[in-house]
Ligand binder design. Structure first.
Ligand code: ZN
Length: 95
């Protein structure tokens, strides 16, 4: 289930952009910046939830990968589904 009381991923990105991308307002946010902020990937097919580890994601996909490219490459480790929702939690937002 989607966590209650949290905004959608797109809304979350809008809120995070000024925090994470001060110098490049027009550029796509990077995987590194988005994951570091804290998010949960939710696979709709099976309900599998993953909280991506920033270091692991950076090693696997590259921290500079644009977030939309990364999102398209996510595949559920349990069922292989690509049907995902992403929720920004902000729990790892840097000070
Ligand atoms: Zn799955």
């Amino acid at each position: 289930m989607m966590p209650r009381g949290r905004s959608s991923f797109e809304d979350g990105l809008k809120q995070l952009r000024p925090v994470l991308m001060k110098s490049e307002p027009g550029a796509p946010m990077t995987l590194g910046a988005v994951v570091a902020a804290g998010l949960i990937v939710w696979y709709r097919e099976c309900g599998h939830e993953v909280e991506p580890d920033p270091a692991e994601m950076a090693a696997r996909y590259g921290a500079e990968t644009p977030e939309p490219d990364w999102r398209e490459r996510l595949v559920c480790s349990k069922c292989g589904s690509r049907e995902i929702d992403i929720v920004v939690t902000g729990e790892r937002r840097p000070a």
